[in-house]
Design a protein around this ligand. Structure first.
Ligand code: ADP
Ligand code: 5GP
Length: 229
């Protein structure tokens, strides 16, 4: 006599979006430190490397021409143009990680998120929201990775992106990193308890099982007191 339920072992596809500077990478790396059973996909981009960026850790940095060749070859699950540069999620490796039971996390902007949701409707979409636009500006400037022009275009775009929040399943306000990581953990944990992750229920011979369980030697039936109703 074994488990009552067989639940899906396959990992979930998790999409993280939010305006630039909201803290997506910070929250995801906080999550990954606490949860080993997740894998963060590394995107390709045609944007220039920023101070602190590392090839193969933050992105695969490729030229626009190479990116376009990869589009033609069908190498991307999705891709989008953002602030004049291409960003795309390589298809390769996603399926093997999902099959091995790991959650696959894509940190992508809103157009790409909508495309993935069309292909994988069960993807879990989480929007990371800054506590205020003033705080967003502070974080974008404080990161010291971009020129004033780039900060301005990312900040402008943030207003459009925030309007897309209704397309997501969850919103996490990133006030304190610790709180945001806890909320992300709670969301992904509760997603594992969804009833639609049940693949089979093993209770087909109830009569026989009830009899067997009550006749079990280990079952101390002296504890049973019979009361007349
Ligand atoms: P994104 O990936 O959304 O562009 P980052 O993770 O790079 O954002 O964060 C932008 C900046 O804000 C970084 O300098 C990061 O250290 C800082 N940051 C992230 N979350 C918080 C937070 N909760 N409170 C204060 N600063 C934060
Ligand atoms: P950044 O230049 O700040 O690293 O990224 C700019 C935006 O592109 C962020 O919102 C980031 O999440 C998004 N992004 C990163 N990789 C991908 C990707 O593969 N596809 C899409 N659609 N967006 C991405």
């Amino acid at each position: 006599m074994g488990n009552i339920l067989k639940q899906k072992e396959r990992g979930s596809l998790v999409i993280i979006s939010g305006p630039s500077g909201a803290g997506k990478d910070t929250v995801v790396s906080g999550y990954i430190k606490k949860h080993k059973n997740a894998w963060v996909s590394i995107s390709c981009t045609s944007r220039d490397m920023r101070p602190g960026d590392k090839e193969g850790r933050d992105y695969y940095f490729i030229s626009k021409e190479e990116f376009e060749r990869k589009i033609e070859a069908g190498d991307f699950l999705e891709y989008a143009l953002y602030n004049g540069n291409y960003y795309g999620t390589p298809k390769e490796h996603i399926e093997e990680h999902l099959q091995s039971g790991e959650d696959v996390i894509l940190v992508i902007e809103v157009q790409g998120a909508l495309k993935v949701k069309e292909i994988v409707p069960e993807a879990i979409c989480i929007f990371i929201m800054p506590p205020s636009m003033k705080e967003l500006r502070k974080r974008l400037v404080g990161r010291k990775t971009e020129t004033k022009d780039k900060i301005l275009s990312r900040f402008k775009r943030a207003y459009q992106e925030i309007n897309e929040v209704a397309n997501y399943n969850y919103v996490v306000i990133n006030d304190e990193v610790k709180n945001a990581v806890e909320k992300m953990s709670a969301i992904l944990l509760s997603e594992k308890c969804r009833v639609d992750r049940i693949e089979a229920v093993f209770l087909d011979n109830a009569e026989e099982e009830i009899h067997e369980l009550l006749m079990d030697q280990e079952f101390d039936n002296s504890e049973i007191t019979l009361e007349k109703e």
